[in-house]
Each structure stands twice: as C-alpha cells, then as structure tokens.
Design a protein around this ligand. Sequence first.
Ligand code: TRP
Length: 329
Amino acid sequence: MSKKRALTGIRASGNLHIGNYLAAIKEGLKLQAEHDCLFFIADMHSLTTNKDPKLIREQGLDVAAGWIACGLDINQHLLYRQSDLPMVAEFAWYLSCATGMGFLQKAHSYKDSVAKDKEVSHGVFAYPVLMAADITMYDADIVPVGKDQKQHVEMARDMAGSINALYGEGTLKLPEVAVRENVMTIPGLDGRKMSKSYGNEIALFSSEKGLKQQVMSITTDSTPLEEPKELDGSLLGDLFKLFGSDEQYGELRKKLAAGGYGWGHAKQDLLEVIVAELGPARKLYLEIREDEAELERTLERGKEKALAIAVPVLNRLRNAVGFRSLSYS
Ligand code: TRP
C-alpha cells in the first residue's frame, strides 16, 4: 500500500526558537517515517505581514536550512518554496469562485485582525483560500498543524467539498487535519508561552554564548544558595524536562533539594542538555545556511518534484471548470 501524503506549510517569520523546534519541527519530522512528506516555505502567506523583500528571501532560506539541519530528509521527502509554484494562486482562484464571503468571514485569523482594528488586506481575508489551494493542489491526505491552524485546514476541507459538489466527486481530495494536541505549551524565559511577540524566546541556532546569556536570564526565585530548592513545578524544571532525560532530571532535583546548589548551577546544567541536543544541528545549520547556492539547488529540486504532483491536479481542476490542460513546464 502506498504511503499517505502529509503536507504542511511553514511560515518564515523571525528567527526560529526552541518553541518552534519542539512544537513544530520535531513533530513534523517524525512523520517522515510513515508518510510521503511535503514541507514548504509559505512565503506567499508571509506577504500578508512582511513587506520587506530582503527579509522575505532571507527568512525563507533560514527556515529551509533549519528544517534540513534538524533532519528533514530531502532525498526522500519534498522541501520547496510556495512562491516557486505560483500556479497555486491560479488554483486559489477556482476555490475563491466556489467560496462564499460569509464563510470566509468566520475565519478566526480574519476576525482577530478586524477586532484589533487593523487595516485588513484582501490577502488576510483570502488567506484560508490560498491555504486550501496549498493543500488540495497536492492531493494531500493529512495536514499536521498546531491548534491555531486547525480551522484553516477544516475550511480547506469544506472548500474542496464545495468544488466536488459543483464539478463532481473526486475533483479534489478532502484533506484530514492532524492537530498536534500532545505538544505542551513551551514556556519562555519569563514563564509565559514562548513567543516572538513576548521577546522571551530561546533562539534555536544562537551561538553558545548567546544561548548561555538567554538561559542565565530564566526567571527563578531568590532562594539563597545554601537552602534546598524544589525543581518540580519550577520554570527551570519545565524547560529541563524538554531536553534532559528522566534520569538527568532526577539527579538535578536531588542536588537542588539537598541545598548548597544554586539556580545558577542548575542553569548551567540546563545549558549543557540543550547544547547536547541542539549542538550538532546548529553546526549543520551554519554550514547549510552559508551555502546559498546549494540551498537554492535543493529548493529547485523540490520545486520540480512538487510540480510533478501539482500539475496533474491543477489540470484535473482546469478541465472540471471547463478549461483546457496546460503543460506548466
Ligand atoms: N498558515 C500556516 C501557519 O501560519 C502556514 C501554512 C500555509 C500552511 N499554507 C499551509 C500550513 C498549508 C499547512 C498547510 O502556520
């Protein structure tokens, strides 16, 4: 039996942090064992918020290099840039013509923008349609996403259903959403959810010095050095658990409970377990990111393979609406 096709888009926004790594990258990469995976840089979606052309390009490459460094197998799976297959915008048009305004007004992302009194672009309004095109143009079976994107994938399924109701069952494949429910919220340096918007993140690929500074700034209580300390339930403990083994955690808990071991020492221990897990990926990241020509070649190969999947689906839909097939080469 052939493997199911898993597809997910990654928005390039700012530096990757360990929250992205634990909640999205590590989980996404686990799918490689049992699925044919399509991972792409959602740079067309980034245009809704990022109007800096240099950043659009650079952050796309940062994200691509990050995924490869963390273990994306580019020989077995696909990594491509959304904007390299611009026919997705054509595909989105067919979906748009089968989708009501009232339906799109229900999107949380759109409602949030309106509630914040932001100037809402048509891109923000049409965001779920482009996302539905991303998914259905590749006949994706499952779409792994974080909770915040669940509604968008459900909307994609509905849009595919509307196309099928108009043009016949089987015109588009209905995708399933796979929400990463089991991933806990990753706490940041101050204990709130790790997020770029709070400025409390631990960068995924910072230098060891930078990482040390960040780890040393983790909020702890001011129990004096000599006194016993409780690791369970502390922010430092929560972060340690994400990287250290149960055994290492148990050891640290004992040392702190005995007294004479400070939070500063514990932070040093945390630094060590983080470096042990991420050190090799960081080294790889720097090498991969440096060689932009090679990275571009990788994305070019991804594009060719992605085209081979997308063009037949696009022509299927073109034919369904009454247009002729095109070669798109
Ligand atoms: N909107 C998603 C996010 O912000 C990124 C994305 C774009 C995506 N297209 C997609 C995710 C298609 C899954 C499938 O995270």
